[in-house]
Design a protein around this ligand. Structure first.
Ligand SMILES: N[C@@H](CCC(=O)N[C@@H](CS)C(=O)NCC(=O)O)C(=O)O
Length: 219
């Protein structure tokens, strides 16, 4: 059975923001059986010798599928999709489309968004305001292209919902506290459509339960 290593106790501002939720969302979508191993971030459990052995950068998520260890949220959700035979098409071209959009989400779209998120969380340091302006400009460039891509499409890579949508939408969540998505109606509708999925709602609820907070505290 898959064990998903993710955040247990975290600082309040980190609640519901971990990339472990990408993996849990994929697991909830597929229905694969799994257990969640909650790591106490505040107590330094990510730095323990046991966790160092399975996580190359001492971060979440990692999965251990009866001895098969996979780290990095992109690789983890692709593993889950492959194992379940869900959230990725069976044909070669369809699969490559999904891989392309997984990379796009993680290496193109997410980069400026996590920069903006970090600055807004007060971790910007000197010159943060100027850097934020540049990052917003870059984000708008990618948003405009996503808006174009979503013309007449429900999901980003294929006709059906895939792990590429999980990665893209969770990247977009990093600016969910801003109004940056507002000028893009198709992107906005896509974002809302994805987050309305019952598997995401379950993921949020499970996160709230293990964190001991009300559901409303999980953005
Ligand atoms: N590239 C990695 C990034 C993982 C990552 O940033 N994990 C964060 C939580 S979202 C983490 O574990 N932070 C704790 C730390 O770095 O000490 C992935 O996509 O899985």
């Amino acid at each position: 059975m898959i064990t998903l290593y993710g955040f247990g106790r975290v600082h309040p501002e980190m609640l519901g923001q971990g990339r472990d939720l990408r993996a849990q969302w994929a697991l909830e979508e597929t229905g694969l059986p799994y257990r969640f191993h909650a790591l106490d971030f505040i107590a330094g459990e990510l730095d323990s010798p046991a966790y160092r052995r399975i996580s190359p950068f001492r971060q979440v998520p990692v999965i251990d599928d009866d001895g098969i260890i996979v780290a990095e949220s992109g690789a983890v959700v692709l593993y889950i999709a492959e194992k379940a035979g869900k959230l990725i098409p069976a044909d070669f071209i369809g699969r490559i489309q999904v891989v392309q959009w997984c990379f796009a989400a993680l290496t193109t779209v997410e980069r400026p968004l996590s920069g903006i998120d970090g600055i807004d969380a007060g971790m910007g340091g000197v010159g943060a305001a100027e850097r934020r302006t540049v990052l917003v400009e870059e984000a708008n460039r990618w948003f405009a292209e996503l808006e174009r891509r979503l013309d007449g499409r429900e999901w980003i890579a294929c006709e059906t919902f895939t792990v590429a949508d999980i990665l893209l939408v969770t990247a977009l969540r990093e600016v969910g506290h801003t109004d940056l998505l507002k000028p893009y109606p198709r992107l906005n509708a896509y974002y809302a459509r994805a987050l309305a999925r019952p598997a995401w709602e379950r993921t949020r609820r499970l996160c709230a339960e293990r964190s001991g907070v009300p559901l409303a505290d999980i953005p």
